[in-house]
Each structure stands twice: as C-alpha cells, then as structure tokens.
Design a protein around this ligand. Structure first.
Ligand code: ASP
Length: 439
C-alpha cells in the first residue's frame, strides 16, 4: 500500500504535536509521503504562523520595520527545533527571508515559508528527504494550478524516493516564482501528490475525529460520519461543513483515491472515509445535515404563469443582470420563488423589483428576509420510504414552520427553508429523529 499523509496546522503547532505526528508516521510503513501545513494555533487565541507571515509581509511592503514580527515567527520554529533537538539552520533560513523582505518582497513567497520551514523541521525529525514543492507542483502564468506541467515532473521525481516530506500550500510558476493555493491549500497539495504517485489512500490528519453529522455549534457532540461519498460531501460542504478543501476533491475523484480524515490527537479513532461510491450502508438513514442562514426570497405571482413560455428565463434574467446568483427556485402553478443571499441582494433589491416588473409584468411580488436553508443529505434516503415524512413531522413537533421544500432529483438531499430564528431548533429536531432516536 502507498499512502500520502497530510497533517494540518494544529497537528504540527508545537513540539508535542510533532511527536504525535512522528509516531503516527512511523507506526505504518505505508505512510510514505508526508505533506505538512504551517504551525497552527497551539491554544485558543493563539495566531497561526501563516497569519503571522501575512502580517509580516504587510509591514515589510509598507516599508516599515519588520524585525520584531519576523523574530516572533522564528521563535515558533526555534521552540520546536530546540525541544526536539533538531539540527536545522534556522538562522540561515531567516536571514534569507529577511533579505527577501528588504528587497522587493511578494506575498506568496512570504506566505509559503510557513509550510517550507515546517517541512524542513519535520524532514529532519523523521530522517526523510525534503522535497521543495516548487520543484514538482506547477502553476501557469495566470496563477492557476497546471496539471500538465506538474505531471511532467512530479511522478518521476517521487518514483525515485521511498519516503519524503513535501510542504503543502505552494508550488512555482515557470519563471521560478512561488505561488500559493488559496487558504487551507495544503489539502490540495496532498491530493495532487496522492494522484501523482497513484496512492492507495490519502490520509488527511486534523484535530477532529472526522466529518460530523452536523455542526457541533448547533448540536452537542454530534455523531461522526464513518463513510461519506464525494457527492454527499459536496452537498454538505456547500452548506457550510468543511473538513477538506473543496479543490482537493477533484484530483482524488479522478483517480478514485479514497480519503481518510483522521484525528492526530486520537489516532485510534477510525475517522471518516470519503469515497467515490460504496456499498457500505450509512449508519443512519441520513448521512449529514448542513445549513446556512441569511437568505432572502423573492416570490413572483402571476395568473396563468404556467402557460407563459419563457417566464422562468425572464425572472432569472433579472437576477443575472444584477449580478446575483440564485440558490433555489421552488415554484408553484402561478408562483415562482427565488432564494438569494440576503447580503448580496439587499443593495440591489429595488433594481431587481424594477427589473421584474419590466420583464415579467407580475400580479404581485413578495419579499421575505432572514431565512435559512437546511440540507438533509444522504445516499440512504433513496431506498427508504417515509424519510421526508419523518423530517416534516419532526419539524412540526418542534413547532418549526417550513417555508420551502426542495428535493433534489438525485434523491440525495432534501432542502428545507425555515426562518433564521428556527434554524438551530430545526437541525436539532432532524438530528434527534434520525440519529439520537436510532442509537
Ligand atoms: N497554512 C495555510 C493556511 O493557513 C495552508 C494550510 O494550512 O493548508 O491557509
């Protein structure tokens, strides 16, 4: 087996975390390629090294004295190196960074140093080769990830090494300049490497036991999803649940490589497996519940709307003209409703109403604000009669008024619109009926 293992910032925040990571890697010889993030928060209120680097860059770019800020960053690495007795030339590394900052600094280079230096420490600690991703992860001139250029170098370079540490988050353009992914992008590096070496498994180590059935800020101590498909994950992350960077999914899906989300602080927990498809039955009828607050709805009423060809197109045209994307469009015989993000909609409200009057000649336009959308997601719902019935009776018992229902035609999700004020209550009620009541 060939495994690529990525460790997030909290997993490598200090020397103690480094020890856990070391033991995890050494306990399984299949864990061949290691992708570290920059040191994250050590405690609540602490600052991630990446944020410190961005702040340091801002100071330098403004032409101000950055020495104090850079020294604080250096201290984070020194603490790890000193405690673990690692021989890495941090003085030399930081001299190079200071020289860069005194010249013509650029932000991607500075941000990337968080992963770069953590990779240096980890490779010394593990005794594995250090491979700079600038060598093997390639970006095009526009700053987009370049799969072809990467394919031309990455597989060959790694085929020659059994074990290596490859920092996450960045690569380089053809001119040699450093380019980072968006924030949280070490996940993407890990997935690109997993694809490049045809890994059997991509382990993504973080500080949670896996993907949770729902938001722990809404439901206390929610259950963990043991197996999740990529499509389910997409539905849940769209609705706010994030454990893995969205862009990390594509390379893995293409190769059919499963991801195992694991907890560095509890390596005995099996975590969540994310797979293309599976025969494994979910533990509960539903896999997860996601949700977002802050929507507005615009309902257009017009007699005989159903027979007016092009009506829907005209409505959506108005939203397009105003640069607004829509979330859902539930419709009735003579009504058509559009759900949009409330903050985006507010400044354009009057222009949208005017546009709708002009283009669609409605009988009535009704606006509602402070709405929330809840997505109940699950591959198991397809085979189960009465799922929708159970959801709505649970909501009725909890005295939640349902404003909208939309079942995706894939039967993978049911989207429910409620008032913002009912959001938490509704999620708790759905969770209880499917999960609490099932155990
Ligand atoms: N260190 C980077 C960030 O904070 C990338 C990562 O951790 O994945 O966004």
């Amino acid at each position: 087996m060939k495994k690529v293992v990525k460790f997030g910032g909290s997993s490598l925040a200090d020397a103690n975390q480094f020890k856990k990571v070391h033991d995890i890697i050494k306990s399984d010889k299949d864990r061949m390629y290691v992708v570290p993030s920059a040191p994250g928060k050590r405690f609540g209120g602490d600052t991630k090294v990446t944020d410190m680097l961005y702040a340091c860059y801002d100071i330098a770019a403004a032409g101000e004295d950055f020495t104090e800020q850079l020294a604080a960053i250096k201290k984070r690495y020194e603490e790890i190196a000193d405690t673990l007795g690692l021989k890495v030339d941090l003085d030399g590394e930081f001299k190079t960074i200071a020289e860069h900052l005194s010249g013509t600094p650029y932000v991607d280079y500075m941000a990337s140093r968080g992963e770069y230096l953590n990779g240096k420490l980890l490779s010394a600690y593990l005794g594995y080769e250090f491979i700079d991703p600038a060598e093997i992860i390639k970006f095009n001139e526009n700053g987009d990830f370049d799969q072809k250029a990467t394919d031309a170098v990455l597989p060959e370079r790694l085929s020659a090494v059994k074990n290596a540490v490859i920092p996450g988050f960045y690569g380089s353009k053809a001119d040699g300049s450093i380019k980072t992914f968006s924030r949280g992008g070490s996940d993407i590096t890990g997935s690109i490497i997993a694809r490049g070496v045809h890994a059997d498994l991509y382990e993504n180590w973080t500080d949670v036991d896996g993907f949770l059935v729902t938001d722990p800020r809404v439901v206390e101590n929610p259950a963990i999803i043991r197996t999740l498909t990529y499509r389910e994950m997409r539905e849940l992350s769209y609705m706010g649940a994030t454990v893995l960077h969205e862009d990390a999914v594509f390379p893995l899906r293409k190769e059919g490589i499963p991801v195992n989300v694991r907890n560095t602080n509890d390596p005995s927990a099996p975590g969540t497996m994310i797979v293309e498809s599976t025969c494994t039955k979910p533990d509960y009828v539903i896999t997860g519940i996601g949700g977002k607050k802050g929507f507005a709805s615009i309902t257009i009423e017009k007699d005989m709307m159903n027979s007016e060809i092009g009506f829907g197109r005209k409505v959506l045209q108005v939203f397009e003209d105003n640069g607004l994307s829509f979330e859902h469009t539930p419709s009735g015989i003579d009504t058509f409703t559009v759900y949009v993000n409330q903050n985006d909609f507010a400044p354009k409200e009057q222009s949208v109403i005017a546009g709708l009057h002009r283009l669609t000649n409605p009988d009535l336009i009704e606006l509602e604000s402070d709405l929330a959308l809840i997505a109940v997601v699950g591959r198991g719902m397809k085979r189960q009669r009465g799922t929708a019935g159970r959801i709505f009776s649970a909501l009725a018992h909890a005295r939640v008024n349902v404003k909208m229902i939309d079942q995706g035609s894939s039967e993978l999700n049911i989207i429910i619109g409620v008032e913002n004020a009912d959001f938490e209550k509704a999620i708790q009620a759905i969770y209880d009926i499917f999960v609490t009541a099932a155990v």
